[in-house]
Design a protein around this ligand. Structure first.
Ligand code: ITT
Length: 205
């Protein structure tokens, strides 16, 4: 079973691989040359489907099952920003660090050092059986006091509900239990199992 991840974000690749425990799960850039995908959808779902479709088409392998993750952080006092623009918040070619510091500054500009916030992940699955998309969320708050090196992206400023440490400080096993991505992947796994069952027991479409 070829499960291909339509992402070039190594943080996502690591977390998705840990969840699936599958050896035959590969990043698409390990199979074909990476290419730019224009994420011009208006929602996480639309952008996840855009990425999964683009990679499924580029692979040219009809048996592939392509998974894409579109995700981001939404901060209440900023009206939900950066949301779907999380990867580009600090500019078109911004690094994770640039984005993080821009968000810290945006909070400080409001005279605040914390706000309720949440992460969203939309996971799209594209295969010859069709297209689907599932979601997961993680609630908590953001702080301007960056702490820890674990995780990636905005994790050093995000404190999950019920905790007093950032995802940068918490063990990766805790993030795995709580995260938006883990919740969406749990649903995605069910759909992938159905595809596997269909392929094992039914005639090819
Ligand atoms: P791909 O499109 O290649 O998958 P990307 O990094 O551009 O990679 P997105 O467009 O989905 O992915 O942007 C997600 C942004 O949200 C990016 O800045 C991440 O750092 C951030 N993000 C998403 N999930 C996160 C998580 O679990 N922890 C920290 N930051 C996260």
């Amino acid at each position: 079973m070829n499960i291909v991840l339509a992402t070039s974000n190594q943080g996502k690749v690591r977390e998705i691989r840990e969840t699936f425990h599958e050896r035959d799960i590969v990043a698409y850039t390990d199979v074909i040359k990476g290419f730019e995908i224009i994420e011009d959808g208006a929602t996480f779902k639309a952008n996840a489907l855009i990425k999964a479709r683009a990679v499924y088409t580029a692979l040219g392998d009809k048996n592939a099952i392509v998974i894409a993750d579109d995700s981001g952080i939404s901060v209440d006092v900023l009206g939900g920003a950066p949301g779907i623009y999380s990867a580009r918040y600090g500019g078109d070619h911004a690094s994770d660090r640039d984005n993080l510091h821009k968000l810290v500054q945006a909070l400080k500009d409001q005279g605040l050092d914390t706000s309720p916030a949440h992460y969203t992940a939309a996971i799209a699955i594209v295969s010859q059986e069709g297209e689907s998309c599932v979601h997961g969320w993680m609630y908590g708050h953001v702080t301007t006091h960056l702490r820890g090196e674990n995780g990636f992206g905005y994790d050093p400023m995000f404190i999950p509900l019920g905790f007093d440490k950032t995802l940068g400080e918490l063990e990766s096993s805790i993030k795995k239990e709580l995260s938006h991505r883990s919740k969406a992947l749990a649903l995605a796994k069910i759909l992938i199992e159905q595809i596997k069952t269909l392929r094992t027991h039914c005639n090819p479409l």
